[in-house]
Design a protein around this ligand. Sequence first.
Ligand code: NAD
Length: 335
Amino acid sequence: METWLITGGLGFIGSHFIRHLLGQNSDLRVINLDKITYAANRENLSDLAEHPHYEFHQGDIADPKDVRPLIGRVDLIVNFAAETHVDRSIGDPASFIQTDMLGVHVLLEAARESSIRRFVQVSTDEVYGEAGQKPSTEEDPFMPKSPYAASKAGGDRLAFAYFATYGTPVVITRCSNNYGSFQYPEKMIPLFITNAMEDKPLPVYGDGLNSRDWIHVEDHCRALELLAQAPGIEGETFNIGTGEERTILEMARAILKTLEKPEDLIQSVTDRPGHVRRHAVAAKKIERELGWSPKVTLKEGLPKTIRWYVENPGWWRRIRDGEFRAYYQRMYANR
Ligand code: NAD
């Protein structure tokens, strides 16, 4: 039986991935290493707390003392652990560099001295910066525009360098914008849903015409499992995305329509510095080489996601009553 180390597994995508893995594989053990930052939530995996193949360790990927004792026990690593919110990276770049670059280095060093069969570095399409006229391909240059994107770019290239230099069996993934249940409500979709439910304004940066490629988190998890298992792809990078591009304004309107709330809840606020106008990825490589394609359309996935927040007010209210409240004040009070 293999044991996989999943880092950041109490966050949004990591918790979905662990539930996906243990749901699909009866012969797999999962160790979850998570620092428990503000973004972590034990409730995300409360249904698995007693699962015989699930083990949790609180620890920091940037601290070798937390990482080394686990590495000898695992066959594979999927590194989700990261500081992830672009807006927070503008106010506090240091914590992003610490986890998203130095943390990746600590994990790679530990992996180099071990006999793991694969190291999946969960990077992001943010590393490309502006998509411009056409969706970004895996060969496009990096032009990250936020401290978050630049830190992830550092982790991404460091992972590749460990493959090229030491033969560490690294695979790198660059996914577009995820949405789904259990997403911390600082992120746009759950922020807009929960604000709308409380009849609060939906803060749209600038003209709201910035666009993103939207992917349901379950489609991302299926892609990641394939990339963890597929033979012979060490050293390679794969974009993951759907081609379902929508502007922020379109998403805000769709959310309000589903919740039957008025459009005048949309409020234009000062734009984010360095705000990327268009993120879009070409996911042709993973489609062609591994036969992956997205299954959840936005038309189906967005209402399903909205329904989850409607049916789980306890989950997001506990967050909004905690650390989130001061963050929201800082971000939006005078904008
Ligand atoms: P999240 O913010 O919801 O969760 C991050 C988790 O990592 C939290 O549980 C946190 O406690 C943990 N963590 C943070 N620093 C840590 C450290 N030093 N050591 C151990 N654990 C630590 O993030 P998410 O949205 O689930 O994103 C997961 C990964 O996917 C990230 O690497 C992110 O860059 C990448 N990604 C996210 C998206 C997206 O749309 N959310 C898109 C592409 C890539």
